[in-house]
Design a protein around this ligand. Sequence first.
Ligand SMILES: Cc1cc2nc3c(=O)[nH]c(=O)nc-3n(C[C@H](O)[C@H](O)[C@H](O)COP(=O)(O)OP(=O)(O)OC[C@H]3O[C@@H](n4cnc5c(N)ncnc54)[C@H](O)[C@@H]3O)c2cc1C
Ligand code: FES
Length: 316
Amino acid sequence: MPDKRTAPSKGVFTATVLANRQTGDCFYKADLEFTDAGAKALATFQAGQFVQVDASDVSLPPEDTIPAHLRDVCKRKVLLRRPFSFADVTAEQDRTTAELLYCVLGPASVRMTTLERGDALSIVGPLGKGFWVPPEKDTALLVVGGMGAPPIRCLAQSLTAEHPEINAVAFVGARTAETLPFEGTLDEVSQQLGFWVPAFAKYGIPSVVVTDDGSVGSRALVTESLVQWLDQHEHRPEKTIIYACGPENMLSALARVAEKWNIDCQVSMERRMACGIGLCQSCAVECRVEGSQETVYKLCCQDGPVFDTREVIFKA
Ligand SMILES: Cc1cc2nc3c(=O)[nH]c(=O)nc-3n(C[C@H](O)[C@H](O)[C@H](O)COP(=O)(O)OP(=O)(O)OC[C@H]3O[C@@H](n4cnc5c(N)ncnc54)[C@H](O)[C@@H]3O)c2cc1C
Ligand code: FES
């Protein structure tokens, strides 16, 4: 399938924090504002691209508020920028706002919890290549595994704005109710109406929620809920596409589902990234060479993070 993505202009920009608050057990949401050249560059952000955030100057919170298992590790200096996707990007006249949804995992993200309205944050981006829409698709199946939510939410936003001809359905999976990376009540009425997750309902996209322990939604894997939908709903494989972000074993299972049903599938991959711009080679993704038994290593930060599953050799 031809990959028509372009790499838009990138740069180092300063974002102003508009708000930053806790939205779940380990989840935070930061609203950022870009003006001038930053607003222009970020206005071209494609769902699935990412930015590198510099948290080296951001202060640590008081020690007793840091999760116990992270207290020691968080004292490490944050030397490298960290990659983050955006969950929502809105371009207005001379400003662009973006929503950064992040999970608290280590030194950088613990520091980011102390960001306050008015703080400045250095961002490099937009980086990498995002999701693309091949011609003649009429159905998009959006699959989220845990913290894979931000790029898929951003995609829901851009599909709604730019491809109203495409009907989308979202499948959201997490280990437990507490690890669902979405705000808002998952109430019974919205469940019965099929618009369970508010972040997708706001774009008119129905959603299905499953958890590993059944604490919310059915007790199932998100790949199982996708297969159930494929079994029960009429769709034409050549007009359908799966978009996903989540843990690599989920992406690998999805690739097998997509192959079996002969459906195009694009996934946003995660690798540890040092530079984010193709210099350090730390983010290799093993890929097939079309028409050959050979493989090549592509760079997640430059050739991805979004890949067609037909080309990826998954590690999990
Ligand atoms: C393209 C891309 C987009 C991302 N978007 C988001 C996002 O929108 N929201 C979000 O919360 N996180 C996102 N991440 C992950 C994010 O970069 C890490 O959570 C971040 O680096 C954590 O930094 P830290 O210093 O807090 O913790 P670190 O000490 O850097 O990491 C803590 C632990 O998390 C694991 N980890 C961190 N990064 C990765 C990775 N890339 N792959 C596999 N395991 C990893 C490791 O086990 C590590 O020990 C994204 C990663 C990539 C590559
Ligand atoms: S992160 Fe350095 S080459 Fe990809």
